[in-house]
Design a protein around this ligand. Structure first.
Ligand code: FO1
Length: 334
């Protein structure tokens, strides 16, 4: 049986996985999910990327939005707001709340996030093995300009570049600020001390193919690779590692990846993202047909590259992208 490991963020990763599962229904697919986007709100642990994968593959996702539950209502959020309890900018629905209550209850009882995720998936039956990248707490923070810094007396940074700046949680940057201000740095706080969750390194070691879906290369796949041991395990696995560009025609297909790419000094092009992963990690890279002229540059960087349609407009189109990724993996393997 074919064993595939996919490193996934939220919407892009989840939609790709739906196509992959459709393309190779008999494959054993292990998903290593990003948990750097996790946030604690109202005393609850919210795991947006794990939930987006779980709901999308389990048939419970709000299709148009790409995150949260279908047929959602917001009575709890409205009641909290009536008490003046926020944040009002983060839309947690009533159905979604139940997931976070169960998760937090299990974590309080001593279960690690990996066991909790397995328990939640028992309901949703996503058809893949969904693992958090780590059971340890990692929280992505984004460094932005702080307009209040001059007044507050903050401003001395000892030369580390943080004067006049402040770190905000990734969700605050993404959802409240809509990535409307420049990101100077993206820091996965806690990643350096985190350990891969049980099963992650084992799945990579047993994999026939590793895929980087069209997820955000900085705050999704990049955060997973920041957990010590995961990047090394993938590079040393001796199996094809292929990725699909989340950038088409110099713009992110979904989300605001350009903002966080700039923070790590990477241009918003399909070729620059491939070079960012690097030939030491990536063996194959799919770009969209709109970027066919960049194939040569990627191949010159030592990464096998093909141009195919990469818009995930429906399940069959997405399944075809998955087939192309697997075909590229076979080409690299040969
Ligand atoms: N994205 C938004 O743009 N606005 C929201 O209010 C919002 C709430 C939310 C709640 C639960 C959840 O699982 C995801 C949610 N997202 C929301 C998506 C999320 O912020 C990001 O798109 C991902 O973290 C990036 O992968």
């Amino acid at each position: 049986m074919q064993r595939i490991v996919v490193l996934a963020g939220g919407i892009g990763g989840a939609r790709f996985l739906r196509g992959l599962r459709f393309a190779v229904p008999d494959a054993e697919i292990t998903v290593v999910g990003n948990t750097g986007d996790d946030i604690h709100l109202f005393g609850l642990k919210v795991c947006p990327d794990l939930d987006t994968v779980m709901y999308t593959l389990g048939g419970g996702i709000h299709e148009e939005q790409g995150w949260g539950r279908a047929d959602e209502t917001f009575a709890v959020k409205e009641e909290l707001a009536a008490y003046g309890v926020g944040p009002e900018w983060f839309g947690l629905g009533d159905r979604d709340f139940a997931t976070h209550i169960v998760r937090t209850q299990m974590i309080s009882a001593g279960y690690p996030l990996s066991a909790v995720t397995e328990a939640l998936c028992a309901r949703w039956q996503p058809g893949v093995k969904l693992l958090p990248m780590t059971d340890d707490r990692v929280e992505t923070h984004v460094l932005i300009d702080d307009p209040d810094a001059a007044d507050s007396g903050r401003g001395e940074d000892g030369g580390d570049g943080t004067a006049g700046r402040k770190a905000v949680h990734f969700q605050e940057y993404w959802v409240r600020l809509r990535a409307s201000v420049d990101a100077h740095a993206v820091v996965p706080v806690g990643a350096d001390a985190a350990r891969p969750a049980p099963g992650v390194l084992e799945a990579v070691a047993a994999a026939d193919t590793v895929i980087f879906p069209p997820s955000n290369p900085v705050v999704s796949v990049g955060t997973i690779l920041a957990v010590p041991g995961i990047r090394e395990a993938i590079a040393d696995a001796g199996v094809p590692v292929v990725g699909l560009s989340p950038i088409i025609g110099n713009a992110p297909v979904h989300g605001m990846a350009d903002k966080v790419l700039a923070a790590v000094g990477v241009e918003t092009t399909a070729a620059a993202v491939a070079a960012h992963y690097g030939s030491g990690l990536l063996d194959g890279w799919l770009v969209d047909t709109a970027d066919a002229d960049t194939v040569g540059a990627v191949e010159d960087a030592g990464i096998r590259c093909r141009a195919v349609p990469l818009l995930m407009s429906d399940e069959e189109t997405t399944a075809e992208m998955a087939r192309q990724a697997l075909a590229l993996a076979e080409e690299v393997r040969a």
